[in-house]
Design a protein around this ligand. Sequence first.
Ligand code: ATP
Length: 290
Amino acid sequence: PSITRGIAKEASKVSWEDIGGLKDLKKKLQQAVEWPIKHADAFARLRISPVRGILLHGPPGCSKTTLAKATAHAAQAAFFTLSVAELYSKYVGEGEALLRRIFLKARHSAPSIIFFDEIDGIAPSRGSHGGSSGGNSSVGERLLSTLLTEMDGLELANGILVLAATNRPMQSIPLSGVQAASIWYSSFSPSPYYLFQIKRYSVIRPAAGFRGRREILRVHTRRMELAKDVDLEQIAEGAELFTGADLEGLCREAGMLALREDPSAGSVSGRHFWAARACLRPSLTQSQID
Ligand code: ATP
């Protein structure tokens, strides 16, 4: 990846097949990104205003980053990523300049996807960090207003989509931030992935159910040599509250156990998975998925 002053442009290699489950979500992301690029003329003719941003909401390890990368890969879009913490680590005014630069670069490389991790960090309630405060408004307010201005100037027909991720439960995102970013929340639609439709924004919270877990296990065992007694369905059933990252860890641990037991082992057996399961704790709690 080439890195220009804090802006990382990556060629994303993650594909949809690397993500287990989340079928509807994948389709929605695909449509949000690919259609406006592929059918720009139709969007203009019918005056459809495309989605400009999608907020992926969910606990750590639930594939938010992976989804963003896969979306870029599928659309053959350039992938720009920026951590919000980085915006705060700059001198006064530099964070805003960095934000503007990333949008500019994305425009030049369109189709592109800009991915902001921990977007909830951009909130007016967050005070200025380090250095002099520079004016009346807080760093958070200025960053947010720059972000919103840049988003206003976006036309997805030009091939730019903003994806953002947050780990924080909705309720804990400060109201002031929500109001200022009035584009964010409006109504709730009880889809399997907790889809919020927001003006031109969508908020999605990926959570893996039994089938999702089984598919994630499939993804992470597809290159493993598995013994016949490995029953991914049963393992998925026994892995409630496991995130995608947890399941990936479970598969790795099962492999390590098989090796530890017999360095010349030809395959990983069911008992290795169960032993791995027994020593791992899920990252999710029930209240996070209710
Ligand atoms: P964080 O909030 O910590 O950044 P995240 O939600 O962005 O987490 P990812 O970084 O996308 O999570 O996922 C971590 C790892 O877990 C990935 O490298 C991936 O291998 C695995 N993983 C997560 N979800 C899935 C999934 N649905 N299918 C396959 N693998 C997954």
